[in-house]
Design a protein around this ligand. Structure first.
Ligand SMILES: Cc1cc2nc3c(=O)[nH]c(=O)nc-3n(C[C@H](O)[C@H](O)[C@H](O)COP(=O)(O)OP(=O)(O)OC[C@H]3O[C@@H](n4cnc5c(N)ncnc54)[C@H](O)[C@@H]3O)c2cc1C
Length: 287
């Protein structure tokens, strides 16, 4: 895809969507990556009392308001998970499975991932452990692959892998009904540790073990340090200044990903600032 956007916004929670509003108002070309459901965290709140103007609304209701707002402004969310982002000097290259997008500036609004990595995850990352099943599936032709998935959306990724691998185990970490291809073996257990020698060979769970050649962990968000090489991280969050600038030129961040307090209204405000900062960065580029 050769179309270079002014701004790529990664994340469709409050921070990313607030950034999108300003990008639209400032007449920049932009793309928002995430899910049309917006954010799983957004809809979890039973009753929100600290978001100005919407007392007592549930997260689900707030999402409805956001959807109306986006629709009224003609903003759409592109349903893609970004697996890697490469700073290319004058632009950023964003990889989503087999597609590449380009943007002159970047806003990271990916939220925060509360889960700790599994024991062995960091050790075997790139040695049988990966975060993008569709990217790496060809490596596992006629092999055994295990997928730990945190979102029903990722069932499609498992189905794709099952066309290539000889055996796929699917460990769902969500409560929705699992609807994957019949050839996939669904394992309802709790993953504890990833083991191997030169590369991964086993997933140890609470009640059972799986011998596997590859293991994909499909979380809602990838840690920002892994997503963007060279990005400065402090205390597990992206380091930003008051203008939401990161250490990388043209890269801004907002919302939970930059730190506590984890609150909608903070995420919305920071998304706004990040977007305005991206606009002035773009305007300076033109000078
Ligand atoms: C149960 C619960 C109740 C809460 N109640 C309240 C409350 O009452 N009041 C309050 O202020 N806050 C509350 N919060 C906190 C609030 O939900 C968060 O602060 C807010 O959602 C943060 O917004 P965000 O946009 O930074 O991130 P998120 O809402 O986490 O959104 C991030 C989005 O980015 C997407 N994403 C991540 N990585 C990628 C990628 N690589 N490619 C594409 N998309 C990606 C994710 O899928 C997600 O859609 C609550 C949270 C929970 C869990």
């Amino acid at each position: 895809m050769n179309n270079r956007y002014d701004i790529a916004i990664v994340g469709s929670g409050v921070a990313g969507l607030s950034a999108a509003l300003n990008a639209k108002i400032r007449n920049k070309s932009f793309i928002v990556f995430g899910s049309r459901e917006m954010s799983t965290k957004l809809i979890k709140a039973p009753s929100i009392n600290n978001y100005l103007g919407f007392p007592g609304r549930s997260g689900e209701e707030l999402r409805g308001e956001f959807a109306n707002h986006l629709e009224s402004m003609g903003i759409e969310i592109t349903e893609e998970k970004i697996n890697n982002i490469y700073p290319m000097g004058e632009y950023y290259a964003l990889m989503a499975n087999d597609k590449m997008y380009e943007a002159s500036s970047l806003i990271l609004a990916t939220g925060v991932n509360f889960g700790k990595p599994f024991s062995g995850e960091d050790e075997f990352l790139g040695r049988g452990v990966g975060y993008c099943a569709t990217c790496d599936a060809p490596l596992y032709k006629n092999k055994t692959v295990t997928i730990i998935s945190y979102n029903k959306h990722d069932e499609a990724e498992a189905n794709y892998v099952s066309d290539l691998a000889s055996k796929v185990y699917y460990v769902p970490m969500y409560k929705d009904k699992v609807e994957v291809n019949k050839s996939i073996q669904v394992v309802n257990d709790i993953p504890l540790a990833i083991r191997g020698e030169n590369s991964v060979n086993k997933l140890v769970m609470k009640n059972s073990e799986i011998e596997t050649d590859g293991l994909f962990i499909l979380r809602d968000s990838i840690s920002p340090g892994q997503l963007v090489p060279g990005l400065k991280i402090a205390d597990n969050h992206v380091e930003v200044d008051r203008l939401m600038k990161t250490n990388l030129p043209g890269c801004f961040a907002a919302g939970d990903v930059v730190g506590a307090p984890y609150q909608y209204i903070k995420a919305a405000g920071e998304g706004n600032i990040a977007s305005l900062s991206a606009v002035s960065y773009l305007n300076n580029l033109k000078k």
